[in-house]
Design a protein around this ligand. Structure first.
Ligand code: UDP
Length: 236
């Protein structure tokens, strides 16, 4: 049984690099594909947005002398590379996808609009929406919020490498405790780094709840979609 009819899954580019520190780790990629296949078989409609931080981020490029806008465009191209990799990994295990790009670049992907994404999902394909928002100075978290709202997803599932939202960074502070649920207002007032403020504000204003959970544990995506209480539920 699935708790949701339609979800927007956000995967960070950084987690695709696995233990390598850069690029795409084939093992991690196929683990993610397997988890996505599991929830596809439950009948849930799936839209996916992937980041590009495993390849390039405009902000860090700017610190090394890159023009910020060109750097952000490089970052958006990185999201296309990751989207193609995920599409390929899913195709290899028999799951159909449609790669949509918010910046026109046929034949790599079809030019995005919300109806193409919805059409793909209603036809049993997974809509992989790349290029973030298509604009510089934004992130793929904001891209996910935007796409999640546009495709009328019931929820955004934010797959990370920690198991939820904590009072402080659990990788740095051993006394940090996890929230089972929290409101967007609290996320903002406590300065918690769930997503950037633009993405958080968009979800709040448009009533899109999110689950933050650890995607690196096989089976976790299925648990979240089945309604098991893992991760942190962030709601308006
Ligand atoms: N980016 C952008 N506009 C967007 C989405 C992404 O300019 O709407 C660029 C930006 O440089 C960003 C990079 O693409 O740093 C990769 O995305 P992100 O950092 O969100 O990836 P993640 O942290 O999820 O791996």
């Amino acid at each position: 049984m699935t708790k949701f009819k339609r979800i927007l899954l956000k995967l960070s580019g950084e987690s695709l690099q696995g233990e390598q520190g850069y690029g795409i780790d084939a093992k991690r990629l196929s683990e993610y594909a397997q988890q996505i296949k599991e929830i596809k078989e439950m009948g849930v409609q799936i839209g996916i947005v992937i980041g590009g931080g495993n390849i390039f981020r405009g902000l860090s490029g700017a610190g090394k002398g890159f023009d910020r806008v060109k750097g952000d465009q490089m970052g958006m191209c990185a999201t296309v590379i990751n989207s193609l990799a995920l599409s390929s990994a899913l195709g290899a295990i028999g799951v159909k996808t449609r790669v949509l790009t918010a910046i026109r670049m046929e034949p790599i992907g079809e030019f995005y609009n919300k109806w193409k994404a919805i059409d793909a999902m209603e036809n049993g394909e997974i809509a992989i929406m790349s290029c973030g928002t298509s604009q510089p100075y934004f992130t793929t978290d904001t891209g996910s919020s935007l796409r999640g709202i546009e495709i009328e997803a019931d929820v955004m599932l934010k797959g990370t490498r920690v198991d939820g939202v904590y009072t402080a960074d659990p990788e740095k502070d051993p006394t940090a405790t996890k929230f089972d649920e929290i409101t967007y207002d609290e996320v903002i007032s406590r300065g918690l780094k769930v997503m950037d403020i633009t993405a958080t504000a968009m979800c709040k204003d448009n009533n899109l709840p999110i689950y933050v959970f650890n995607m690196d544990v096989p089976g976790n995506l299925k648990k979240v979609v089945s309604g098991e209480p893992i991760g942190t539920f962030v709601h308006p």
